[in-house]
Design a protein around this ligand. Structure first.
Ligand code: ASP
Length: 351
C-alpha cells in the first residue's frame, strides 16, 4: 500500500501540555511518543558524531524536522521524557507501557511511534513487547547520529517508523524496531556496533522486513515469537531487581554473593562462550537457584542459543540484557521458587 501524497490542508498546533499535532483527517493517525536519545540530540559541530547532548530537542522539533510526514500521516506528539537511554529505568518502562496501552485503547491513533536512544532501545522494545497487548503497532525509532550531524539518520528513521506505524500491514505485529531501512523484531534485535549506522541486527533471527521508500515490505505474515508470553503490568509499580554480571577469566564469585546479599532477586550472568561458568560460580549459582534466587546463564558472545542446564537456569535465545527484562517480569508474576516454570519462559520448546 502506498499512502496518498495529495496536498491537503495541514494544521499544526503546539498544546500547553507539550503535545504537537499535524492533522489531516484522511491519513493514518500516528502518535509519536518521544523519550529522548541521540535522535533528539544536538551538537555545535555538524561533522562530529560524538560528544553531543542527547535528548535536547522536543517532540515538536522532531516532527517539524520532517515536513514530509504530513504527506503520509496525521501525527501528534507526546513528550514522555527527554533522556539519554542509559537513564531509562523500570519505573519509566512501566509508565511507558501504560501510556502506549492508553493511546491504543482510547482510539486516538492508528499506530504509535516511540523515539528512543539506541543504547538501551532493545531492552525497552522487549519490555514493551511483553507488556503491551494491543493490535495497534508500535514502531520504535532511534538514530546513531545527532540531529545536527551531516547525514543525520534520525529524520528518515522517524519518517519510516511513522509510515510503518500507520500501515495496515503493521497491525498485530506488536513492537518493532526501525533504523536504517530495516524492520527488526523487538524480542531479538540487538545493538551490535558502537558507531555504525547499520547497528541493529538479529544475527540468528534476521529482520522482519525492509522499506521501499516509505512502504514497509514484510518478509512474513504477522507472526509471534514462539509462545511469547504477555505480562499484565497495569497494576504494577515496581519490578524485582535483577542484576547482570559479566563472565571472564578470574571472575570473582564474591560479585555474585554481593549481588544477592544486596537485594537482587535474580541474576543473569553474561557467561563466556556457550554459557560456561568456573566451578565456584556454578556451585554458587546452583545454590542460589535452589534457594529461589534464580541465576540465569546467558552468553556474552552476542548470538546463539543457550541450552538448558542441570544446575542453573539458561537464557535460551535471549542475550543477557533481554534475559534480564524477561526474568524481572517472570519473578514479578511467579516469584523465584519454581525453576521448571521459569525455564519454560526462556525455553518454551521444552514444554
Ligand atoms: N546514549 C544515547 C542514548 O542511548 C545513544 C543513542 O541514542 O544513540 O540515548
Amino acid at each position: 500500500m502506498r499512502f496518498s501524497s495529495s496536498l491537503v490542508a495541514i494544521s499544526t498546533a503546539v498544546f500547553a501540555n507539550g503535545v504537537t499535532a499535524a492533522s489531516n483527517s484522511s491519513l493514518p493517525r500516528v502518535s509519536i511518543i518521544a523519550t529522548g536519545g541521540t535522535i533528539a540530540g544536538t551538537n555545535s559541530d555538524s561533522t562530529s558524531t560524538t560528544g553531543y547532548k542527547a535528548g535536547s530537542l522536543g517532540v515538536d522539533a522532531l516532527i517539524e524536522a520532517v515536513p514530509a510526514l504530513s504527506n503520509i500521516s496525521s501525527v501528534s506528539g507526546i513528550q514522555f521524557s527527554n533522556i539519554g537511554s542509559q537513564n531509562m529505568n523500570t519505573s519509566l518502562l512501566l509508565r511507558l507501557t501504560k501510556l502506549a496501552t492508553n493511546v491504543a485503547a482510547n482510539g486516538s491513533a492508528d499506530g504509535i511511534v516511540i523515539t528512543h536512544g539506541t543504547d538501551t532501545l532493545e531492552e525497552t522494545a522487549m519490555f514493551l513487547d511483553l507488556t503491551y497487548n494491543e493490535s495497534l503497532p508500535i514502531a520504535m525509532a532511534a538514530a546513531m547520529r545527532p540531529s545536527t550531524a551531516l547525514s543525520a539518520d534520525g529524520p528518515f528513521n522517524i519518517y519510516e517508523a511513522v509510515a510503518l506505524a500507520g500501515s495496515k500491514e503493521a497491525a498485530d505485529r506488536g513492537v518493532m524496531i526501525v533504523l536504517n531501512d530495516r524492520i527488526g523484531s523487538a524480542m531479538y534485535t540487538t545493538k551490535t556496533n558502537t558507531r555504525a549506522v547499520d547497528t541493529f541486527k538479529a544475527a540468528e533471527q534476521g529482520y522482519l522486513g525492509v522499506f521501499n521508500d516509505e512502504v514497509p515490505v514484510f518478509y512474513f505474515e504477522p507472526s509471534r515469537v514462539y509462545k511469547k508470553p504477555f505480562f499484565d503490568v497495569s497494576g504494577v509499580d515496581a519490578l524485582p531487581r535483577v542484576d547482570i554480571l559479566y563472565g571472564n577469566i578470574d571472575m570473582d564469585v564474591r560479585l555474585l554473593n554481593y549481588s544477592v546479599s544486596s537485594g537482587a532477586e535474580g541474576v543473569v550472568i553474561a557467561c563466556a562462550g556457550d554459557a560456561s561458568l568456573p566451578d565456584a560460580w556454578a556451585d554458587a549459582a546452583q545454590a542460589f537457584t535452589e534457594q529461589g534466587i534464580p541465576v540465569v546463564r546467558a552468553s556474552r558472545t552476542g548470538s546463539g542459543y543457550v541450552a538448558p542446564a542441570d544446575d542453573t537456569l539458561t537464557s535460551g535465545n535471549f542475550n543477557p540484557q533481554k534475559a534480564r527484562i524477561l526474568l524481572q517480569l517472570v519473578l514479578n508474576e511467579h516469584g523465584g521458587k519454581n525453576s521448571t516454570l521459569i525455564q519454560e519462559y526462556f525455553d518454551p520448546y521444552l514444554s
